[in-house]
Ligand binder design. Structure first.
Ligand code: GLU
Length: 282
């Protein structure tokens, strides 16, 4: 048992949870609780144009309905804006940022700025992080195993043109400051993991351990998401939803049809086996 384990679930408030996000919540919750660790809920509310106000309520109540109770208060990522700005300055002082005025159409295939923005002193635009060359070349993922780092873009946005802090920077530094030892989330964020590790290593800090779980696809082969109109989780059937999530994660659900949410979770914690999760095809 790892007494110091600290994990989190960090949804964006862009709509109610769907089954795919519930699976991520279940996996990160079980991994934390089976290790005797803490589990926090952080609402990643740093992109107001994409927010759905009702989700500030519906996400926590959906988790509660499924018995997924978090430790401490709900964390709001937006409250850390001044800290995000300080980290931005720190990277700036290290000469690891530049202001970019490129439009989407002039960017390279990986979304990188290929113009001479870094050698000019533009006053407005997005701020990009220059990815250092000497990055670790593997990521030892808790679920996927050892992975060779793919080619990252030479630079990527950490503060958007509209002034908002980009997800990569906010998450990289919040995960450090909130002292998570483990980050369990969907495999669609694997590439983001490499970017966040690059920022964390530029700041001279040690990254948490990452574990990326398979994604739930709809019948058309699209990742379940709010953008593709995924249905909200039905909170009237939490037992069935939990069993669905456990089956998806290849976990034991050897319980009767009448088991309560509490019984299902207790059983799942006792039998949690992350090695059984099918490695995602990423
Ligand atoms: N807020 C991000 C999302 O909902 C996930 C953050 C993370 O787990 O790193 O997609």
């Amino acid at each position: 048992m790892d007494a110091k384990y600290s994990g989190r679930f960090a949804p964006s408030p862009t709509g109610p949870l769907h089954l795919g996000s519930l699976i991520t919540a279940v996996a990160s919750y079980l991994d934390a609780r089976a290790s005797g660790g803490s589990w926090r809920l952080r609402i990643d509310d740093i992109d107001p144009p994409r927010h759905d106000q009702t989700s500030f309520e519906s996400i926590p109540s959906c988790l509660q309905a499924h018995g997924l109770t978090w430790d401490g208060d709900v964390i709001r990522q937006s409250l850390r804006r001044s800290t995000h700005d300080q980290y931005l300055k720190e990277l700036e002082h290290q000469g690891l940022t530049f202001t970019c005025v490129c439009t989407r159409t002039s960017l390279g295939s990986l979304g990188q700025c290929e113009a001479d923005c870094s050698s000019r002193r533009h006053r407005t635009g997005s701020i990009r992080f220059k990815v250092p060359d000497n990055l670790p070349n593997t990521l030892d993922d808790l679920i996927l195993g050892s992975r060779v780092t793919p080619r990252l873009p030479a630079n990527f946005v950490i503060r958007r043109r509209d002034g908002l802090i980009a997800y990569q920077l906010a998450t990289a530094v919040d995960d450090l400051d909130e002292l998570y030892t483990h980050v369990i989330r969907g495999a669609d964020l694997l590439e983001s993991g490499y970017r966040q590790m690059a920022i964390q290593s530029a700041l001279g800090r040690q990254s948490p351990r990452y574990g990326h779980i398979p994604i739930l696809y709809d019948q058309q082969g699209n990742k379940l998401s709010k953008q593709t109109g995924a249905a909200p989780v039905d909170i009237q059937t939490p037992d069935q939803n939990l069993k669905f999530a456990l089956r998806f994660l290849n976990q034991s659900t050897a319980l009767s049809d009448t088991s309560s949410v509490r019984d299902i979770l207790e059983h799942a914690i006792d039998h949690w086996n992350p090695k059984a999760i099918a490695p995602p095809g990423v």
